[in-house]
Design a protein around this ligand. Structure first.
Ligand SMILES: NC(=O)c1ccc[n+]([C@@H]2O[C@H](COP(=O)([O-])OP(=O)(O)OC[C@H]3O[C@@H](n4cnc5c(N)ncnc54)[C@H](OP(=O)(O)O)[C@@H]3O)[C@@H](O)[C@H]2O)c1
Length: 280
């Protein structure tokens, strides 16, 4: 059987890099995309791994990255929309510019890359698109109003896209991680939480500190710190097996999903499929 090819966004660190290594170890061709490929050392030079530039907010770089990948490996079987970022802030503390910038990456970035890859998948009559969302796309919490809204958007987009493209043999799924120690997630948090005047800032800090304590407790439900490799493995499982549309991962996300009845949501979606899709 010929080797399959995956394109992953945001491979410079975190889940994206681990997913690229995982697909590589399983014998796939990997188009490992990132904003600054010149800084990459680990993935560069691996057999059948193409490290190339792709900024999900830049149409030209998406076109070029996809063309280069297809030029090298012939096609793209699986797309992993992983690139994204977050940060803690009260809604009022986030500038309009910061909100729009996060949507450009977390929401429109996912749509931009998906748009570039779908014609290929339709032509080859099959494929799989995996959107990395978050536990914050299942549930809102204090100080993540902006981030959660981007991830809710992608969860809704994923669910509708799963209906639209399943009849064309293209599976669309989300992987929703809980909290993992990968990330520069909190990088811009301090500046935001300190803004907006004394009263708002004190309120923001109080909520943030409480949330951090709760999150730390939930993330170690199993007694050990969450291992980011679990997310890469879940992405691989979604690419290679039949799984639900929404795939929470991590002790915290899985616990929440159970509390929210996520299994019954998939049963609901299965029922809706009979109603929403025309007969084959
Ligand atoms: N870690 C967690 O606790 C957690 C939990 C739930 C969901 N997530 C989600 O998981 C995904 C990966 O995050 P991570 O935890 O692995 O964090 P990370 O280590 O910070 O990785 C994020 C990646 O996204 C890239 N990126 C950001 N903006 C981009 C853009 N415009 N174009 C292309 N790439 C861009 C970053 O590239 P640069 O190096 O160029 O900045 C980096 O490679 C994100 O969607 C995040 O929201 C993370």
């Amino acid at each position: 059987m010929s080797k399959k090819t995956v394109l992953i966004t945001g491979c410079s660190s975190g889940f994206g890099k681990l997913a690229a290594m995982t697909f590589h170890e399983k014998g796939w061709n990997v188009i490992a995309t990132m904003r600054s490929p010149e800084k990459e050392a680990e993935l560069t030079g691996l057999d059948d791994v193409l490290v190339t530039r792709l900024d999900v907010t830049d149409a030209g770089s998406i076109k070029q990255g996809v063309e280069e990948g297809v030029g090298r490996f012939g096609t793209i079987d699986v797309l992993v929309n992983n690139a994204g970022y977050g940060g803690h802030t009260l809604f009022e503390q986030a500038t309009d510019e910061a909100v729009r910038a996060m949507y450009e990456t977390n929401v429109f970035g996912v749509m931009n890359v998906t748009r570039a890859v779908l014609p290929l998948m339709r032509k080859q009559r099959g494929g799989c698109i995996i959107n990395v969302t978050s536990m914050a796309g299942m549930m809102g919490a204090p100080t993540i109003s902006v981030y959660a809204s981007t991830k809710f958007a992608v969860e809704g987009y994923t669910e509708a896209m799963a209906f639209e493209y399943r009849p064309l043999n293209i599976m669309v799924k989300s992987v929703a991680p809980g909290a993992y120690p990968t990330t520069r997630f909190n990088a811009n948090t301090d500046d935001c939480l300190n803004s907006g005047g004394e009263e708002l800032s004190a309120h923001a800090h109080k909520l943030y500190e409480h949330l951090q304590a709760v999150a730390a407790q939930m993330a170690t439900q199993g007694g050990t710190e969450a291992d980011p490799q679990e997310v890469a493995d879940k992405i691989y499982e979604c690419a290679t097996s039949e799984t639900p549309v929404h795939n929470p991962i991590g002790a915290d996300a899985e616990m929440l999903a159970e509390m929210m009845g996520a299994a019954s949501r998939q049963a609901f979606l299965d029922k809706m499929e009979g109603m929403l899709l025309p007969p084959r």
